[in-house]
Design a binder for this molecule. Structure first.
Ligand code: GLU
Length: 436
């Protein structure tokens, strides 16, 4: 069996962290098994679907490094849905309904008030159609075929079809609801695994009967626990958190992937610099049933950790020209984001506004300014500078190092000065020491 997975977003908005997690897992599964990963644009809702969102979805997947092996659009597949629908109609598996939403709501309330489950009640066969009304269409569940599957995440699942409402699959205006076209496509595209959020579990129960009604084996299903925010519920912020915002905050795509690949599993989140080790480790059986907690602070820290061992060549196109490989290697342990490298470009080459030193630090700085010209810049100038200033002033420890660091970099903290100083030109360092 060729593994074929799909990511099937509706282009009615931007992808958020939860959608992206679903996309990532389906992609990883396909890649792990040498299979195919398809992007299916669920744009049956022609009013709400927008081309800008389709483009945004493609751009977000590309940003994350999730390459697709094919793209399909539901809006181009209506003739196929029509043909399959006609077959189901001829077989009596879809049928016309005429209830208004108000009538359905009244029935629902009556059933609930009697302590009964609010399951749709079929009309007796041959009930007359109201004059002139256009029907909507429901799929007739087979009440004698118990529904069962082994969920990749949740294990054995069982549904009694009598406890489910026959789902509406087509509206009175002829437009499609999501359920049936999705099954038709999953069959036509040879989808082997459908992995999605647990909000789809009851859809899956009805869709399993649709696969059977269309003469196909269902794919394997996996339903993942949903993501929640740090406040422990489905937060509005999380639902809205798009890739653009994360990108603007300096989050690297690999950091997001590293977190989303493991969140909700018992495996540790690791600061990887490529997707390969994540792919190798994906296993749906390792995902738990409890909601997975997404924490933006955890993401920022992971991003920072990943940058600390990110290779120069992976970021070079995004760095200012002044940051070469040696400079990148020196500053990366101090970066939260790649964009911060630009601040360091000025620290290396200027323009540089020397901070006003404490008067107690002046002797150290004067001693440094006096000796700097004589130092060999190619052989540990920081060691030589501090030895010489120590000998001249008697200063040591913090009283020696901090004033020099401040005068040379304008900062109290930063990379190891032994590594940093040779990367600042000698004349530039001399000018900074002379200026204070
Ligand atoms: N368009 C559906 C959704 O976004 C697809 C669900 C599925 O993966 O089957 O909910």
């Amino acid at each position: 069996m060729t593994v074929t997975t799909r990511f099937a977003p509706s282009p009615t908005g931007h992808l958020h962290v939860g959608n992206v997690r679903t996309a990532l897992h389906n992609w990883m599964w396909a890649r792990k098994h040498g299979g195919r990963f398809l992007l299916r644009i669920d744009d049956t809702d022609l009013e709400r679907s927008k081309e800008e969102y389709v483009e945004g979805i493609r751009a977000d997947l590309a940003w994350l490094g999730l390459d697709v092996d094919g793209e399909e659009r539901q809006s181009e597949r209506f003739p196929l849905y029509e043909a399959e629908f006609e077959k189901l109609k001829a077989a009596g598996r879809v049928y016309a309904c005429y209830e208004t939403p108000e009538e359905l709501e009244v029935r629902r309330k009556i059933l609930l008030s009697r302590g009964l489950p609010p399951v749709y009640e079929r009309k007796p066969a041959g009930a007359p159609a109201p004059d002139g009304a256009a029907p909507h269409w429901r799929f007739r569940l087979d009440h004698d075929a118990p529904i069962a599957w082994i969920d990749l995440v949740r294990g054995p699942q069982n549904f009694d079809p009598k406890t489910l409402s026959d789902p509406v699959v087509r509206r009175a205006d002829g437009s499609w609801l999501y359920l049936l076209p999705s099954v038709i496509d999953d069959i036509a595209m040879g989808i082997s695994h459908v992995v999605r959020g647990e909000d789809h579990v009851s859809n899956t129960a009805t869709q399993i009967q649709m696969f059977a009604a269309l003469g196909a084996e269902p794919p394997q299903f996996g339903h993942e626990a949903l993501l929640v925010g740090t406040e422990g519920k489905l937060s509005k912020r999380l639902g809205a958190l798009g890739m653009g915002q994360l990108r603007d905050a300096g989050i690297e795509p690999i950091a997001l992937a590293a977190l989303l690949a493991r969140l909700g599993t018992s495996d540790p989140v690791e600061p990887v610099t490529s997707l390969a080790p994540l792919i190798a480790g994906i296993d749906f059986a390792r995902f738990g049933r409890a909601p997975a907690r997404f924490d933006e602070t955890e993401l920022a820290l992971l991003n920072q950790k990943i940058l600390h061992h990110t290779d120069y060549h992976a970021v070079a196109p995004r760095l200012p020209a002044a940051i070469d490989e040696a400079r990148w290697n020196a500053i990366r342990p101090n970066l939260m984001t790649v964009a911060e490298a630009a601040d360091w470009a000025a620290i290396f080459d200027g323009p540089f506004a020397p901070p006003v030193p404490d008067s107690a630090d002046r002797p150290v700085l004067a001693a440094a300014a006096a000796v700097v010209d004589s130092l060999d810049w190619s052989a540990d100038p920081w060691g030589a500078l501090t030895d010489s200033v120590k000998a001249a002033t008697g200063a040591s420890g913090r009283a020696l190092f901090l004033p020099l660091r401040r005068a040379l970099t304008g900062r109290d903290h930063g990379p190891d000065m032994r590594e940093l100083l040779p990367l600042i030109a000698k004349a530039e360092a001399a000018a900074r020491l002379a200026a204070v």
